[in-house]
Design a protein around this ligand. Structure first.
Ligand SMILES: [Zn+2]
Length: 480
């Protein structure tokens, strides 16, 4: 359907009253069950005053009015995100924690080439694929003025936590609220994941049961690509210069190590890599990884009394001594954790990898000290040199780098797209947290992904559409 453009005046006060009415929103209720906005069209037509733009009111700072473009249809976006997402997830782009190369796996380069070609095909310019597998492209401004240059980023790799090979996406049209039964005994059930009930009537995409889906972050790729295509096809929407980037290796904390901040040339950016509709992140964990080595002594088991030192059993003692209430399974919100990610070994040597996460620097220092003391205890008991630990900084909390006007812009864009703005601290890291410390303030926008990094992952096509609309609104609002 051809889009008919007309402008509406959205008064912030009207949106404020909307937020307090009985309309379902995506805020968390007391029992933690989220509800989704499902009826945006009705909201807009019934509740938001619609009129021709008044040039005078544009300057009226008392009422802070915002002129946004309203489209009759987002059909192109809907088709675009769905088709792209279903296609992208079939490529295996898993990053490799044990690799020293950039990108960490060559299959990411293969996929990056496809993305670069697609950027050219939809009409983006300055399309580049770096030797490190980073794709960048430009949508030039179509209007005059001193408009900040904005960037949008997503990552092409999928998490090492579950297989990303041979992903077969399953589309569940008009989801009925019941168990989603997949292959290999995998069932995504609203009993276990109550938030599923918020998606009744929507189009859900899952994997087939024995792989992850890869919505993290192929949904972001599909959203950004589709939003750019939409702007190119609808030149009536004013926007400044836009830069996009698709990066590898985010899941192993190396997504921006070869990112050329200067060449990207933006004033600020957003990663499109967040959770459910409404999520917005400008705070994230401080992240440190503790790598512990424990050495033992092998002996013939029949004659081992008093001489064998089994490094695996010592590793077991250390793991058991970690505070149980600080495991990922027992923490949420602003709570910190130790995550025993891997234990590998034999009698002679065992290595343990423990990512540590905290929003607060002083707490992070305490947690590192806890591990150091456990290692010291081992050396005291089993002899000096039995155990050692190396701490590696991975990323930091970006909140100090994000100026308030960027958060306000995002909030206006969410509201203009009919979405309640729900800032949420990220219990993880994104490319944006590293970029924020390198000169590109870079908070994170939702994509709609749920249960990511595992077999129970799903995403609603409708959520991706909403995210693409937010991207469009940000671009448009920047011109005002
Ligand atoms: Zn991600």
């Amino acid at each position: 359907m051809k889009n008919r453009l007309f402008a509406i005046l959205v008064a912030v006060s009207m949106l404020a009253s909307l937020a307090s009415c009985d309309t379902p929103t995506n805020t968390e209720s007391q029992d933690g069950i989220e509800t989704q906005i499902t009826d945006l069209e009705n909201l807009e037509s019934n509740d938001i005053e619609t009129q021709e733009p008044d040039p005078e009111s544009h300057d009226d700072i008392e009422t802070i009015e915002t002129v946004v473009t309203e489209f009759e249809s987002y059909d192109d976006i809907k088709t675009g995100v769905r088709e792209r997402f279903l296609r992208y997830v079939t490529y295996d782009t898993q990053s490799d924690l044990d690799s020293d190369t950039s990108p960490s796996s060559s299959k990411q380069i293969d996929f990056a080439k496809i993305l670069a070609e697609e950027c050219k095909a939809i009409g983006l310019v300055e399309v580049e694929l770096s030797e490190y597998g980073i794709v960048t492209a430009t949508l030039p401004a179509n209007t005059q003025g001193d408009i900040p240059v904005v960037g949008f980023l997503s990552h092409m790799d999928t998490a090492p936590d579950a297989s990303g090979a041979g992903v077969v996406p399953r589309v569940h049209e008009n989801y009925d609220g019941n168990d989603i039964v997949l292959d290999a005994g995998t069932v995504i059930s609203p009993t276990e994941f109550p938030e599923l009930r918020n998606y009744v009537g929507q189009t859900l995409v899952t994997a087939s049961g024995d792989t992850l889906l890869g919505a993290d972050d192929k949904s972001g790729l599909a959203i950004i690509m589709s939003a750019m295509e939409y702007l190119i096809k609808n030149p009536d929407i004013p926007h400044g210069k836009i830069r996009i980037a698709f990066t590898p290796d985010e899941e192993i904390g190396r997504g921006t190590e070869n990112f050329d901040v200067e060449a990207f040339g933006v004033d600020f950016a957003f990663t499109v890599d967040g959770g459910p509709v409404g999520d917005f992140t400008y705070e994230n964990f401080n992240a440190v990884r503790a790598d512990i080595e424990i050495f033992g002594r092998a002996m013939h088991t029949g004659y081992a009394k008093g001489t064998m030192v089994n490094s695996m059993l010592i590793a077991n003692e250390l793991i058991a001594a970690l505070p149980a209430d600080k495991a990922p399974v027992n923490t949420e919100g602003y709570e910190a954790f130790y995550h025993v990610l891997s234990v590998e070994g034999g009698v002679e040597k065992t290595t343990i990898a423990i990512p540590i996460r905290s929003f607060f620097e002083d707490e992070m220092d305490e947690m590192k000290l806890t591990i150091q003391l456990l290692v010291d205890d081992i050396n005291e008991e089993y002899g000096e040199g039995t155990a050692s630990v190396t701490f590696t900084d991975q990323y930091s909390n970006m909140s100090s780098q994000i100026e308030p006007w960027i958060i306000e812009l995002a909030e206006r864009a969410y509201n203009a797209a009919g979405i309640e703005f729900a800032p949420t601290p990220a219990r993880g890291g994104t490319d944006g947290s590293n970029l924020s410390f390198r000169g590109i303030p870079c908070p994170d926008i939702f994509t709609g992904m749920r249960n990511f990094h595992g077999l129970y992952e799903y995403i609603a096509v409708e959520s991706m559409e909403k995210s693409a609309q937010v991207v469009l609104k940000i671009c448009e609002l920047l011109t005002q």
